[in-house]
Design a protein around this ligand. Structure first.
Ligand code: TRP
Ligand code: ZN
Length: 900
């Protein structure tokens, strides 16, 4: 691993250039800054919309009540509205049509000169949703009309003040052919339905709550629906309705239960009740993200609604619940209280992720839920924080806001909320939440307002804590200890550092809450405590300890940091077996596996034979014998850290060594523990039992399938085991089908192709399952995977316009299949470049997400750096790239300021 990255860079000369020259013209795509925020010059009190949905065009009429903002500071009297990809038909101010001298359209903005203090504005525009492949604004998915307005989609339907601090009361009328589009929906309550002779239907909706336009939604289509109801804590009955594309009604039961569960939980845990008479969810096949919290009318990616035992895995079932909870929770954290500007995005997203994580922890397994949160954070946020795209939870400048729906804003943002809960304690935190809701209901506010509410409710000073919002980078805690046998005194020395990130060379110390405990040499807990790390160096003393204790550090992952403490293998094994904090049992096991693998990687580099330490295998052996009461946790503890996580611990990422070593270790575990795995597998594999979704059954399946995973690595007489499970589960149990198929997928044998074909034939009419089939093949470890992926791009079921398909095939390969994507010939990089350039013309948001793996080029060896850098340059120099891709690519290429 030895050589230094910077040295490698100067040798290769890669970092000599600053910006790629040809794309300089794009630099007019200037960033906007948080510190430039100004209140809007005009406010819009009401908006009355009429949509005429046709096949060739959609006509949008918008009637606005506008008034000058008394708080505004600007002097001129010009109203500037946002608008993008619109055909303007007419504008009338106070009912008088404007002539060409009275307005101007420039750079996606409509300037109306010399407006009065209060006036109405009527704007007619034409749009073409059927040609909208960006999936932002009004578009068509499987023949149905739907919208996505966050962040800047509303301006693609009509001219408006498209910023979250402009909140208006919306009424919406939708006119469409009743035969083609019987279902016409918008936010709020249904006001009227009129039918006319020409077969048109005219449906009117009114939303009683003021909202920013990013929460607007409209749906028009021929959809199936299911209905249920919920009685709120105050006794009101709320209609619940889920709309799905035709033929999917049999996959909605789990989603409906999840809605009710989430509603009840938010009442019980946060005292928050739903506020409209109807709550609607619409599931569509083409969607850029997971789902969207539009007021009273959430729109979901089908992936997070449709689930039944035959079609969805345990993990899918859990995701459906947590995304439904997430969008539902936004009704209070996001909708009732929204963001002042998009720099505050984490105000709603970090907080709502925290809320959905708490929901999942309460309703499934507290420990496994936390393990999952931490795996996500380490897998996606830590690398972001360590690379050229690092940004604070509250970014300070942005070119394209869609690029900031990141793991940092979402997942680290959630950790920052969780730390406030830890610092304040459960009760004071709940008081802070109550105060926040009380104080700011109906407002568009800032992260500062949130933290202030926490401070005011608790009396705790969070001045230093606020740095978590403004400083990027993952802090590192270097921990050392000493024990004095004579006095019984034990001392912990904790030092915090945080490496530089773009624009932030020096960091101030963070306020870091560290939950910890001390165990004696027999594994008995001696004490536990919450330490507040506030200075660069801290010392903590513990008295009267009978022997040198083993510290259990950062329990339940109480802060998003990296901990370095020189554990011996024996200490890690002790923690694995005895820690009262179950999360830290898992963590100790991961640390142990990581140590073993890093040592093996060193041996690869030193040309030494690989050796798997016997104590490590016996630690796992011990787990198998003692942890069976918590099967789900046991399954998690048996799994090795991912290749991506191991890469985090290397100065120069060696994908081949990581892959090789991990395979060797897993195979050795399989060999040595084979009898255990076989017994456990047989014990928990009940082919006759129907699929039931509950934690107990999920735990059993996860454990059994982990055993199967190991057994299948043996590549011998165990293959029939996987094949048999695959065949038996194929039509009834997607969890077991996928688990078996995933193991066969890595075996170069005729059984693999046979199983993949059988699977496809069985499920080719279900697009979400075809996605699984694409994703699986793109994740295969077999050496011809890229060739297969390229072939699958031309498969009749692949559609580059559908984000789920792109994520499944291209995303799985480039993001998760490290070993195959980073082949030294650079073919993976060239492939990604071609995909990104093609995608950018279709859907810039998706293109910008796909290009991200290339941003990590500095982490690799010189050869790969060259190749990755080259394709980044080629993308940057391509004509007419979107500002989405432009921002990611230029930030990735930008020379890092090296400040002495
Ligand atoms: N607010 C959505 C959420 O719940 C995020 C989202 C949905 C989104 N669709 C989007 C963001 C399109 C940007 C673009 O997290
Ligand atoms: Zn959200």
């Amino acid at each position: 691993m030895g050589h230094d990255l910077r040295a490698a860079l100067s040798i290769s000369g890669i970092n000599a250039g600053v910006f790629p020259r040809k794309s300089m013209k794009n630099i007019t795509q200037e960033p906007i800054y948080l510190h430039d925020y100004q209140v809007p010059d005009y406010l819009i009190d009401t908006i009355d919309l009429t949509f005429e949905l046709n096949e060739e065009y959609t006509r949008v009429k918008s009637l606005l009540n506008v008034m000058a903002n008394p708080l505004a500071t600007r002097q001129d009297r010009h109203l500037i509205l946002h608008g993008e990809a619109l055909e303007l038909i007419s504008i009338a101010l106070n009912n008088k049509p404007l002539n060409a001298e009275q307005y101007e359209i420039k750079n996606d903005k409509l300037h109306i000169f010399s407006v009065p203090d209060e006036f109405t504005l009527e704007i007619h525009t034409l749009i073409k949703p059927q040609e909208n492949t960006a999936l932002s604004g009004l578009y068509k998915s499987c023949g149905n009309f739907c919208t996505q307005c966050e962040a800047h989609g509303f301006r693609r339907m009509t001219y408006f003040l498209d910023r979250p601090d402009v909140m208006a009361r919306f009424t919406t009328t939708i006119i469409a052919d009743e035969a083609k589009y019987p279902v016409l929906l918008s936010n709020g309550n249904l006001i009227s339905i009129e039918k006319s002779e020409d077969g048109k239907q005219r449906v009117k909706w009114a939303d009683p709550f003021k909202k920013p336009c990013y929460l607007f939604a409209l749906v028009g289509g021929d959809l199936d629906s299911v209905e249920d109801y919920f009685i709120t804590q105050s006794g009101r009955q709320v209609t619940l309705r889920i709309y799905v594309e035709k033929g999917n009604r049999d996959k909605t039961a789990h989603a409906m239960e999840a809605v009710k569960k989430a509603m009840r939980w938010d009442e019980e845990v946060f005292g928050r009740e739903y506020d409209l008479d109807i709550y609607m969810i619409v599931a569509v096949s083409d969607f850029n993200m997971g789902a969207m919290e539009n007021k009273g009318l959430n729109i979901f990616n089908t992936q997070y609604i449709l689930a039944n035992p035959e079609t969805a895995t345990d993990v899918d079932f859990i995701h459906v619940e947590s995304v439904i909870a997430h969008e539902y929770f936004h009704n209070w954290t996001g909708n009732r209280i929204t963001c002042r500007d998009w720099f505050q995005l984490s105000l709603k997203e970090g907080l709502t992720i925290f809320r959905d994580q708490s929901f999942t922890a309460d309703t499934t397994s507290k420990t496994v839920a936390r393990i999952q949160d931490v795996k996500d954070l380490r897998q996606s946020q830590f690398p972001e924080d360590a690379g050229p795209l690092a940004h604070p939870v509250r970014p300070e400048s942005v070119i394209e806001i869609n690029n900031f729906y990141t793991a940092t804003v979402y997942n680290k943002g959630a950790e920052v909320i969780r730390m406030q809960q830890t610092i304040l304690g459960q009760d004071a935190f709940r008081k802070g939440m109550d105060l926040y809701f009380d104080r700011h209901d109906g407002q568009a506010v800032t992260i500062e307002d949130f933290v202030k509410a926490m401070e005011d409710a608790s009396g705790i000073d969070l001045t230093q804590f606020r740095l978590w919002y403004s400083q990027a980078g993952t802090p590192v805690l270097k921990i050392k200890d000493e024990y004095d046998a004579k006095t019984g005194n034990y001392t912990l020395h904790i030092e915090q550092t945080c490496t530089e990130t773009p624009g932030q060379p020096h960091k101030k110390p963070f306020h870091i809450p560290v939950k910890m405990g001390l165990l004696d040499q027999q594994g008995k807990e001696l004490l536990h405590d919450l330490l507040h790390i506030k200075n660069a160096k801290e010392v903590f003393h513990f008295k009267n300890l009978p022997s040198k204790p083993v510290p259990s550090l950062l329990r339940h992952f109480s802060a998003p940091v990296k901990v370095q403490y020189p554990y011996t293998n024996a200490e890690l094994q002790l923690l694995m077996q005895h820690d009262t904090d179950l999360f830290n049992r898992w963590e100790a096991g991961q640390q142990y596996a990581l140590n073993v693998m890093l040592k093996m990687i060193q041996d690869v580099h030193d040309n030494k034979p690989l050796h798997v330490p016997g104590e490590y295998i016996s630690a796992l052996n011990h787990l198998l014998l003692t942890m069976q009461h918590d099967k789900w946790l046991l399954a998690e503890m048996l799994m090795l850290p991912t290749e991506k996580y191991i890469a985090e611990y290397m100065t120069v990422v060696d994908v081949d060594a990581i892959h090789h070593v991990r395979e060797v270790l897993a195979t050795e575990i399989a060999k040595q523990l084979k009898p255990h795995f076989l017994t456990l597998y047989e014990e928990h594999h009940d082919v006759t039992a129907p699929y039931v979704f509950n934690i107990h059954e999920v735990g059993k399946r996860q454990l059994k399938n982990t055993c199967l995973f190991y057994l299948m690595l043996l590549n011998d007489e165990t293959i029939p085991l996987g094949l048999k499970q695959f065949e038996l589960a194929l039509k009834t149990n997607m969890t077991d089908t996928m688990a078996a198929l995933a193991t066969l997928n890595n075996i170069d044998a005729p059984e693999r192709d046979m199983a993949l074909n059988v699977f496809y034939e069985q499920w080719k009419n279900d697009p979400l399952i075809v996605d699984k089939w694409f994703a699986l093949q793109a994740s295969s470890k077999l050496p011809n995977t890229l060739k297969q992926v390229k072939k699958l791009l031309h498969h009749s079921a692949f559609d580059i316009k559908n984000p789920n398909k792109v994520y499944a095939l291209i995303g799985s390969f480039c993001n998760r299949n490290l070993h195959c994507f980073h082949t030294p010939d650079g073919e993976g990089y060239a492939f990604l470049k071609d995909c990104v350039l093609q995608l950018d013309k279709i859907n810039p948001q998706i293109a910008a997400r796909m290009v991200k793996p290339l941003s990590e080029w500095r982490r690799y060896d010189v050869g790969r750096q060259h190749l990755m850098h080259e394709v980044l340059e080629q993308i940057a120099q391509s004509k007419n790239i979107s500002k989405d891709v432009f921002e990611i690519v230029t930030k990735s290429l930008k020379k890092q300021e090296i400040i002495a």
